[in-house]
Write a protein that binds this ligand. Structure first.
Ligand code: ZN
Length: 135
């Protein structure tokens, strides 16, 4: 069903403070910093040999990521896997009784179709699936 890790997303309250820390730890320069207005977040991307590490900072206090940070502090927000065919993935998991958030994929920050599995189905961890045909 899944091919590999696509990215690990970490919620942070102050991305400018976090970036240099992650640059030292990973030994890599941040690859890209983008603002995703529709989701109300700023994202810093590190490329760790094809697996991305994404730091996500909410742009306002009403954002779900802000609420997440309020209760947990900086923490891993979700992990994402690459899949060949997102529609097929949704169908396969729903046949097994696993619930997604929404029933249709949407386009994620990288311009690829994504969907999240409901944490109630995935043992409390938010999981995302990204359609990535190239790998
Ligand atoms: Zn993600």
């Amino acid at each position: 069903m899944i091919k590999k890790f696509n990215h690990i997303a970490i919620a942070v309250s102050d991305i400018e403070k976090s970036i240099p820390i992650y640059e030292v730890i990973t030994g890599k320069k941040v690859k890209e910093i983008l603002t995703v207005k529709e989701q109300g977040v700023k994202v810093a991307i590190f490329d760790i040999k094809g697996v991305l590490l994404e730091l996500i900072q909410p742009l306002d206090l009403e954002n779900p990521i802000a609420k997440f940070i309020n209760s947990r502090g900086n923490a891993i927000h979700h992990i994402a896997y690459s899949v060949n065919d997102i529609e097929k993935t949704i169908k396969e998991y729903s046949e097994l009784g696993y619930r997604m958030i929404g029933d249709k994929p949407r386009i994620g920050a990288e311009g690829k179709p994504i969907i999240f599995m409901h944490p109630k189905s995935s043992d409390g961890i938010l999981m995302e699936f990204v359609e990535d045909k190239e790998e």
